[in-house]
Ligand binder design. Structure first.
Ligand code: ADP
Length: 218
C-alpha cells in the first residue's frame, strides 16, 4: 500500500481512533490539538503530534499543511472551530478535507463550504447498531444504492450441509450469493452444487428488505 500523509485535527475519541488506525496501517499521520495533554497522549500513535489552534491560518501553514494528501477535521463539540478550520483548509486549497458533523444542519454548512466528505459518526453508528439488531446473522454491509446492499451473512445453521441449488436462495429469498468465505479461502461465484458448511460467510447482494429477512433466519 502506498504511504500517504494525513493530518488529524482534534485528538478526541473520534480523531484518536482515526489517527491510531492509519498509523497502525503504516501511514504518516500528523496529529494536531489545541490541548497540550491530548498531544502528549497522542505521541505513541502518530508520526508527529503538535499543539496548535487550527482556526489560525498561520498555525496551519507553519506545519506545511498544503503538503498533506488528506486532512481530517475531528473537532466535535466546538462547532465554530470545526467550521472555521474547514473554511481555512478550503481557502488553502487542501486536496481532500474530511469533516465530522454534529448534526444535519452542521453537515449542511460543511457541505456548503466545500468539505469533500462529511461524516456523522453518531448517526451512522446508531444505524449500524439498529441494522445489526434487525439482522442478527449479518456481519458487515455496504450500501450500494438507496435500496440495495452488499452484505456478509453467516450461513443460517439449518442451511449447512445443503447446496445452493436445493436451497434455491435466489428464487426463495430474492438474494444472490456472489461469494462464500470459508476460513481463509474465498469461493467466487460459487457453483449451484457447492455444499454450504457451518460457519461459512455468504457474500450477498440484494434488496435491503430481502437481505434483512435472509439474515434473520434462525
Ligand atoms: P470526541 O467526541 O471525538 O472526543 P471532542 O469534541 O471531545 O471530540 O474533542 C475534539 C478535540 O479537538 C479535543 O481534544 C479538543 O482539544 C480539540 N480542539 C478543539 N478546538 C480545537 C482547535 N481550534 N484546534 C485544535 N484542536 C481543537
Amino acid at each position: 500500500m502506498a504511504v500517504k500523509q494525513y493530518v488529524v485535527i482534534g485528538l478526541g475519541r473520534f480523531g484518536t481512533s482515526i489517527a491510531r488506525r492509519l498509523h497502525e496501517a503504516g501511514q504518516e499521520v500528523l496529529g494536531i490539538d489545541i490541548d497540550e495533554e491530548s498531544v502528549e497522549d497522542a505521541e505513541g500513535y502518530v508520526t508527529l503530534a503538535v499543539v496548535a489552534d487550527s482556526t489560525e491560518e498561520k498555525a496551519l501553514t507553519s506545519v506545511g499543511i498544503k503538503n498533506f494528501d488528506c486532512v481530517i477535521v475531528a473537532i466535535g463539540d466546538d462547532i465554530q472551530s470545526n467550521i472555521l478550520t474547514v473554511m481555512l483548509l478550503k481557502n488553502l486549497g487542501i486536496r481532500k478535507i474530511i469533516a465530522k458533523a454534529q448534526s444535519k444542519r452542521h453537515g449542511q454548512v460543511l457541505d456548503a463550504i466545500g468539505a469533500h466528505w462529511v461524516i456523522y459518526p453518531e448517526r451512522d453508528m446508531g444505524e449500524r447498531v439498529a441494522n445489526q439488531l434487525l439482522s442478527p446473522n449479518m456481519l458487515n454491509y455496504i450500501e450500494l444504492s438507496k435500496n440495495y446492499n452488499l452484505e456478509e451473512i453467516i450461513v443460517p445453521s439449518k442451511m449447512a450441509g445443503k447446496n445452493l441449488r436445493e436451497l434455491d436462495v435466489r428464487a426463495k429469498y430474492n438474494v444472490s450469493v456472489i461469494a462464500i468465505v470459508r476460513s481463509d479461502d474465498i469461493i467466487i461465484s460459487p457453483s449451484p452444487e457447492e455444499l454450504l458448511q457451518k460457519e461459512d460467510i455468504l457474500v450477498t447482494i440484494g434488496n435491503r428488505k430481502d437481505l434483512a429477512e435472509f439474515s434473520s433466519i434462525e
